[in-house]
Write a protein that binds this ligand. Structure first.
Ligand code: UD1
Length: 356
């Protein structure tokens, strides 16, 4: 049996890290293809290094471009690899342009697609990640869902066959890597436990409109007058801040390059809370017992909102949301919302049973 995994962006490397290990343990051959969507050292290579992943077998080197250019280039180059390798199954992850490109190629070559992190839905429906999720789910053969809600979402769209609630593979990785979390950033910036906030922003609807981005940075700078904020900046956000001349709004904020997984988790574990528009970080905050302010009109991780753990807010209400969260009593997170950290094992067992 031959599995072909397609990855290309930061959140996919961390999911592949677990599946790669489980496939190997089960003696299943895996070919890994990196699309090249993320190519900076801090966005790509460093994840392979700290998570001790093997080098991809192919790198399609697509780089940056418009959505159509990136998706189209991946499709053209990936089709060649698939035709050559003739896998029994293609695995795609999450919601990026790499995901949808791989799913479309596989579906048209009539190769079964397994979608890891299937069934996540959120508003606005026109955001690139949401378009990628919906299209990918509808052409996938096996749908591996991280939450019960994801299963329900698929059911509403009449996707009922081969849908499995396996839990969140990111939780597997979190538990596995916990002993190796890296706390060096705390020393570097003199950050003390519960005395700082971690912030990340990169969604197009937050970064690409100058007024929106200005509003967010203003909110962050008001909060930074009260508590330290550390902001590892995504390349997209970096570019927009410079383009719109907003650097001065960050003068009281600790700005860093994007951080590797172990440094980010080390930072998170000791923080007071998180401000983010990243899907992954909202959950990782919860895994480490921290709460998150989610700068999005909606989130795919609604369980955490319904539990009152995370809060969704708009840039205008960022400061008041922070004030209300810090005034609330400490609480303990509910366990097992995203499974027990055995998603990788479950996925591999299902794949093994389905494809001889
Ligand atoms: C992508 C995914 C998003 C995921 C995120 C994690 C899509 C549509 N979005 O968003 O789901 O949560 O990755 O980071 O696929 N850039 C660099 N160096 C890099 C990578 C990107 O400079 O290594 C710049 C490029 O100029 C690019 C911009 O950042 O235009 C945005 O990158 P892109 O991959 O399109 O989307 P992300 O915002 O990273």
């Amino acid at each position: 049996m031959k599995v072909l995994s397609l990855i290309g962006a930061r959140p996919q490397f961390i999911k592949e890290a677990i599946l790669q290990e489980k496939l190997k343990e089960n003696g299943i051959q895996e070919i890994v293809v990196h699309s090249g969507q993320h190519y900076d050292y801090n966005m790509s290579d460093v994840f392979f290094k700290v998570l001790k992943m093997r080098e991809p077998d192919y790198n399609l080197n697509v780089g940056s471009g418009s959505h159509a250019v990136v998706t189209g280039k991946i499709m053209i180059a990936f089709e060649e690899v698939v035709v050559k390798e003739k896998p029994d199954i293609i695995v795609v992850y999450g919601d990026t342009n790499t995901t949808v490109a791989g799913a479309l190629v596989g579906a048209k070559l009539k190769i079964p697609i397994a979608h890891v992190e299937a069934g996540i839905r959120q508003e606005p429906k026109d955001m690139p990640e949401e378009i990628n999720r919906v299209l990918t789910d509808h052409v996938s053969t096996y749908l591996f869902c991280p939450s019960e809600l994801a299963v329900e979402n698929l059911e509403k769209e009449n996707i009922k066959k081969e849908v499995y609630f396996v839990g969140d593979i990111m939780y597997d990785l979190f538990l596995k890597m916990k002993p190796y979390f890296d706390y060096s950033i705390l020393r570097k910036y003199d950050l003390k436990e519960n005395e700082y906030i971690v912030c990340t922003i990169h969604r197009d609807f937050n970064t690409d409109d100058p007024n929106k981005l200005k509003g967010i940075l203003e909110g962050i700078s008001y909060i930074a007058d009260l508590i330290k904020i550390i902001f590892p900046v995504h390349p997209r956000t970096q570019k927009r801040i410079a383009e719109f001349g907003l650097e001065s709004l960050l003068r009281n904020v600790i700005v860093t390059e994007p951080l590797d997984y172990l440094k980010m988790m080390g930072l998170l574990e000791n923080s007071l809370m998180v401000i983010t528009d990243s899907g992954g970080l909202q959950k990782e905050a919860y895994f480490s017992g921290k709460r998150a302010i989610v700068l999005m009109p909606d989130t795919g991780w609604k369980e955490l909102i319904e539990l009152g753990w995370n809060k969704v807010t708009s840039p205008d209400n960022l400061f008041s949301c922070y004030q209300s969260m810090v005034s609330e009593e400490n609480r303990k997170p509910k366990n097992n919302v995203y499974g027990e950290g055995k998603a990788g094992e479950k996925i591999v067992n299902i794949i093994k049973g389905l494809i001889k």
